[in-house]
Design a protein around this ligand. Structure first.
Ligand code: ZN
Length: 314
């Protein structure tokens, strides 16, 4: 009797260990992590440029939570160095996900050489049904803006807010992710831009009136908006800047009607489960259609000084 139950225990242990080893790794997407971002840089990027990027990543992740896995890739202006960084990038991709197609990676169109030539910054969110690795890849460059420009700091915050946004969408399906971010830039870019400028304006040493100055400049986009046109319908590309600028204003408008907590925390907490419109209505007490209508038909028709009044006092 004792012998038989001993075998049963052994069997159970064997079954349990098989069950455990075949269990896929837990998917911790969207959970704040203690693991810091990784930094990679081209050989012509000075240490001070890397430190500056780290500093603004720290400010962003302290304010909004630390999410990942996250990599920063910093490109200089030297083409050859950028090419070498591209090579390194593909090695890292392959190491993190054996299924990565190395040739496809090497031949990607928006590579670091292009960033070395044109500058700019960008976030690449990798999360889909076909890849083992999910994560965020931020590319920062040395112009448009360069590290000596003030905008470099808010752009780093902007890219990190995109990390925050995408960390709050669990699905691996492209369609489900796109529904939650909205395909056109007004909401996702408007949110990243306004939150970045707001956080930057609150840092010690930043001049009083900074936010007003930046937001005033964004109002110029009203002139580029066509009669009856909604920012919701503007795509990325040639006229995308209108959606970036007035999208930032729309987010300021939504926050003025609710609160920063409702936009930055609660909307994103509910986004995954309720979807874009569900979370919008729950947290802002109106449909997005209603608030967009009021924004275009009433708010944007006000005088500049009236509009500026919704910005938080510094
Ligand atoms: Zn952006």
């Amino acid at each position: 009797m004792m012998y038989r139950s001993f075998i049963a225990v052994l069997l159970l242990a064997a079954i349990l260990s098989v069950a455990q080893s075949s269990k896929p790794k837990a998917d911790s997407w969207g959970e704040p992590t203690r693991k810091k971002a990784e930094f990679y840089a081209a050989s012509d990027v000075p240490e001070s440029h890397i430190l500056l990027t780290k500093q603004w990543y720290e400010i962003a992740s302290k304010a909004w939570g630390n999410y990942g896995p996250l990599e920063f890739w910093i490109v200089g202006t030297d083409q050859e160095a950028a090419q070498k960084l591209d090579e390194r990038y593909c090695e890292v991709r392959k190491k993190k996900d054996a299924g990565v197609d190395l040739d496809g990676c090497r031949n990607r169109s928006h590579n670091f050489e292009r960033y070395a030539r044109e500058g700019n910054a960008g976030l690449n969110t990798q999360r889909n049904e076909h890849a083992d690795w999910s994560g965020f890849i931020v590319t920062m460059a040395s112009k448009n803006p360069g590290p000596q420009e003030e905008d470099y700091k808010s752009v780093t915050l902007h890219e990190y807010f995109h990390v925050y946004q995408h960390a709050h969408i669990f699905s691996k399906s492209r369609e489900e992710r796109e529904n939650r971010t909205q395909k056109n830039p007004w909401w996702i870019e408007g949110g990243a831009e306004y939150m970045a400028q707001l956080l930057y304006s609150r840092q010690t040493g930043v001049r009083e009136g900074y936010l007003i100055e930046k937001m005033k400049r964004k109002l110029r986009a009203i002139d580029d908006l066509e009669d009856g046109e909604s920012i919701r319908n503007i795509a990325y590309g040639r006229r995308g800047h209108i959606a970036y600028s007035l999208g930032a204003w729309f987010v300021a408008f939504v926050i003025d009607k609710s609160s920063e907590e409702a936009f930055r925390v609660r909307f994103f907490k509910d986004l995954n489960k309720l979807g874009f419109e569900g979370s919008f209505e729950k947290n802002f007490e109106h449909t997005s259609q209603e608030l967009l209508r009021e924004f275009h038909e009433e708010f944007l028709k006000k005088s500049e000084s009236e509009m500026l009044q919704i910005l938080p006092p510094r």
